[in-house]
Design a protein around this ligand. Structure first.
Ligand code: ZN
Length: 151
């Protein structure tokens, strides 16, 4: 099926040349993800902007192609989005991969990972970066605006 081939080349492309690869300095929060079953290890950096949006996010690490591609595609898909929207996409992505639903259009190019459904043992590879994202978003942000004593 042609779509399969397109998706496969997209996964390989993101695995070889991951987007948003690198670190962010504080006050960006960071979280770690580790998948012992496969050896995937990633560190995610998230900086929130005004109005609770995800202003910037990057990741580093060493992981298999599925895990790298999922993290890379995730950063592309949720950068600039409100935190609430990102968490909604996370739930949709994980629910779709673990249940009967197809990956919906809101997930964009992440639908390239739909094939993972046929390989349940690789599910953790595909969802690792998303769990790290949720953890990062639940951490308190850096210095909060206003409030504190100044000068
Ligand atoms: Zn893996």
């Amino acid at each position: 099926m042609e779509l399969d081939e397109l998706y496969q080349s997209m996964i390989l492309d993101h695995a070889r040349r991951p987007r948003n690869f690198g670190e962010l300095a504080p006050p960006a929060v960071r979280s770690e993800g580790y998948n012992p079953a496969c050896g995937d290890q990633i560190t995610l950096y998230v900086r929130k902007g005004q109005n609770d949006t995800i202003e910037e996010l990057r990741f580093t690490g060493q992981a298999c192609a599925i895990c790298m591609a999922s993290a890379s595609l995730m950063t592309v898909q949720i950068k600039g989005k409100p935190v609430r929207e990102a968490l909604r996409l996370e739930r949709e992505f994980i629910r779709s991969l673990t249940g009967p639903d197809d990956l919906g259009p809101a997930l964009g190019n992440l639908r390239a990972l739909a094939g993972v459904k046929r390989f349940p043992q690789r599910l953790k590879c595909a969802t690792l970066s998303w769990h790290a994202l949720e953890e990062a978003l639940n951490q308190p942000a850096g210095p909060s605006e206003g409030g504190g004593p100044q000068g």
